[in-house]
Design a protein around this ligand. Structure first.
Ligand SMILES: Cc1cc2nc3c(=O)[nH]c(=O)nc-3n(C[C@H](O)[C@H](O)[C@H](O)COP(=O)(O)O)c2cc1C
Ligand code: SF4
Length: 666
């Protein structure tokens, strides 16, 4: 396949570093570090999976050049003391054995540091928080700026001593250097504020100091937010202007985008097409003639190849794509493209964990983040029949895993197609990326000779008994929650009714006209599903009202989706009614109680009830009764255990390994 994608597999030499291919894992915080900032063995395993998977360059997540002041998050890596060198050296040695090059991103978080963790007021260019509701920072004194410049230089020197092949200075994404570069956060009147040259001065000093410390042969990358996508923020044109002050000593521009307030363009929302932001790298490359990295939802090798072939960028950055599939490069190189497990840009396990919840990252589609990636090398020690009832993503993961370790596995699905709710949701145009997950699963299942799939199958206890199971997996999914509210059950999802669940909406998705200007849509429930419905209808011109019982809309969502949906609600003037309870459902209105206790009619042409999902368990009681006198374990997973997100179902599906261990098949 190297011939199919010659540009992806063309080596690239930058100063004394030669990359074997053009895929760079972009820096991504993991929360895998030790509390003292040391790299852990969890880290090393995680990066090693990606090195083994063929990645040309791994750019390690942002490491602090000056802690605690510049610290970015619990368990962030540190590189501000020589004590960190030995572990980092051990790390680079392990990565190099797989032929990967390694760099590390060095950073000071500035106003994005949190006083609760650092014990001090954060610092920045001015006294402006780096995100809405963030802490007010203290403007840095000039001497402090020069001190931090030195810290960057020392950090880069340590990176070199630890065996890294290059270093990346983080000057984007609302961290300290970006806070100086962006007019949204820099209101200084000294030589570090005002004109582009002044705002660029701090970063320029850092670049010069780093070069001084690492010498002439060591590549320096600089990551920038080329388009900040913020009111009053740097546009691409502004960035092209200030880069003149950096370009002399920089070897590679890592052309990212977005600030904290526009994070959906930095950690791309799922509807943004593969490689949508390569125009930014192209512009930087055209102006300065330096190698550039582009990234952003790039999952498809054809898109990566095309960007390289056109010369829009020289390196393809892949972040989440490599969390989801550490072997992306090897699969593309060795003719296993159909096996790619593409990231669906859900942001649940990665950004949701790292930024939203401050816990170690996981992945919706890859339950081997971050353990047990070689489970499939194990094989059962005695025959074992596994029957999986329900072919959604949880059931598919359980069935594939069981079959991969040698169980004779039967997957029974009621519907005609496999994939469950994720296939249905992916029919909403903005959610189409979600389909990549069931597609991958179905393909994986189809290659397993000991996995027998029965669709259009209304499972009975007798049928399950006939398959002589040792383990039964119940993965029968969920249905929309419909509380006992006057009028709801009489109207919802009925043929001639205007009141529907998301399931019915999807069934009717091709019947809604493209232009629905003036139509009124009311959505009860402001969670993930309600917001999907909101997006669909606002984009068609409808006036949308969201009714939510909680004090906030988007409760529990990952920070990217939250930021994106908030921007859309603002853009489309969505009426947001929080602390508001549904009282009664009619065919043309919802009757609600406002926080003030008033009863109000919310008229609609289309009304949707999105109050979450509840477990659907049509057969589990009968199975438990039928197998009560046996050793057969009934393992209930995914939404049929408790309606949650895809990530929990996938993880529980993979955990069939634990059940097999318990029963000593493994
Ligand atoms: C969990 C997570 C952590 C991230 N941490 C960093 C970081 O430390 N430094 C950085 O420059 N970008 C960071 N990013 C941004 C990614 O490097 C990348 O640019 C972005 O996810 C878009 O590329 P992708 O669509 O290939 O994931 C992070 C992204 C995620 C999802
Ligand atoms: S959790 Fe979602 S966005 Fe993150 S890497 Fe996995 S699939 Fe992609």
């Amino acid at each position: 396949m190297r011939n199919k994608y010659p540009h992806i597999f063309e080596p690239l030499t930058i100063r004394r570093m030669t990359l074997k291919n053009r895929i760079m894992m972009t820096p991504m915080g993991t929360n895998y570090g030790d509390q003292n900032g040391e790299m852990t063995f969890v880290h090393i395993d995680y990066y090693e999976q990606r090195a083994k998977g063929g990645t040309g360059l791994l750019m390690v997540e942002n490491a602090s050049v000056f802690s605690p002041q510049g610290s970015n998050g619990t368990t962030q890596l540190r590189i501000d003391h020589d004590n960190y060198i030995p572990r980092l050296w051990y790390f680079t040695e392990r990565m190099h054995k797989h032929g990967a090059c390694v760099g590390i991103q060095i950073n000071h978080a500035g106003a994005s540091a949190v006083s609760a963790r650092t014990g001090m007021q954060p610092v920045s260019a001015s006294d402006i928080p780096s995100k809405a509701g963030g802490e007010i920072p203290r403007p840095l004194e000039k001497e402090e700026i020069y001190e931090i410049v030195k810290k960057y230089g020392e950090a880069a020197k340590r990176a070199q001593a630890a065996g890294f092949d290059c270093v990346e200075i983080h000057a984007g994404h609302s961290y300290l250097l970006s806070q100086f570069l962006s007019p949204t956060t820099n209101k200084r009147t000294d030589e570090f504020g005002g004109s582009a040259e002044n705002r660029a001065r701090f970063t320029k000093l850092v670049i010069e100091e780093v070069r001084k410390q690492v010498g002439p042969f060591f590549p320096i990358f600089v990551r920038i937010s080329a388009e900040e996508f913020m009111e009053g923020g740097n546009t691409l044109e502004d960035t092209l202007d200030y880069l003149q002050y950096f370009q002399e000593e920089v070897d590679v521009f890592d052309v990212s985008a977005g600030l904290n307030g526009s994070i959906q363009y930095q950690i791309d929302a799922n509807y943004l097409p593969d490689g949508w932001r390569s125009y930014m790298a192209k512009a930087v490359k055209e102006k300065y003639g330096k190698p550039c990295v582009t990234m952003g939802n790039i999952r498809d090798p054809k898109v990566a190849e095309e960007i390289l072939e056109k010369g829009d960028a020289d390196i393809i950055g892949m972040g989440r794509g490599l969390i989801a599939d550490p072997a992306w490069v090897n699969k593309v190189e060795f003719n296993r493209e159909d096996e790619l497990r593409k990231c669906i840009s859900c942001n649940v396990g990665c950004a949701g964990h790292r930024i939203g919840l401050n816990i170690p990252i996981r992945c919706t589609v890859n339950p081997a983040v971050n353990a047990n990636d070689e489970y499939y090398k194990r094989k059962i020690n005695k025959p074992c029949n596994v029957v999986v009832v329900g072919g959604g993503t949880a059931g598919l993961e359980a069935a594939c895993t069981a079959a991969e370790v040698g169980c004779t596995t039967f997957l029974l699905e009621k519907k005609h197609e496999l994939g469950g709710l994720s296939v249905q949701i992916s029919k909403i145009p903005d959610k189409k990326r979600l389909a990549d997950f069931p597609t991958y699963m179905i393909n994986r299942a189809s290659k397993l000779k000991n996995l027998f799939v029965f669709t259009d199958n209304d499972t009975t206890v007798e049928q399950v008994k006939g398959l002589k199971p040792d383990i039964i997996v119940n993965a029968t999914g969920s249905n929309p929650t419909l509380p006992p509210i006057t009028g709801l059950m009489d109207l919802v999802d009925k043929d001639d009714s205007n009141v529907a669940t998301v399931i019915k909406m999807i069934e009717r998705i091709n019947d809604y006209p493209e232009d629905m200007k003036g139509k009124k849509v009311a959505v009860v429930g402001g969670g993930a599903v309600g917001l999907d419905v909101m997006e669909f209808f606002t984009e068609r011109g409808c006036d949308v009202t969201i009714i939510e019982m909680l004090p906030m809309i988007g409760n529990g969502l990952d920070p990217i989706t939250k930021c994106d949906t908030a921007a859309k609600m603002k853009k489309y003037n969505v009426r947001q009614m929080t602390n508001t309870a549904l009282q009664e459902v009619c065919n043309d209105k919802f009757i609600v109680k406002t926080p003030e206790g008033n009863i109000e009619n919310i008229d609609f042409d289309y009304g949707f009830v999105c109050l979450g999902m509840r477990a659907n368990t049509p057969i589990i009681n009968d199975l438990e009764e039928a197998f009560a006198d046996t050793d057969v374990e009934i393992y209930n997973i995914g939404d049929s255990k408790r309606a949650r997100r895809i990530i929990e179902g996938t993880e529980e599906g993979r955990d069939i390994i634990k059940v097999l261990e318990k029963h000593e098949f493994l």
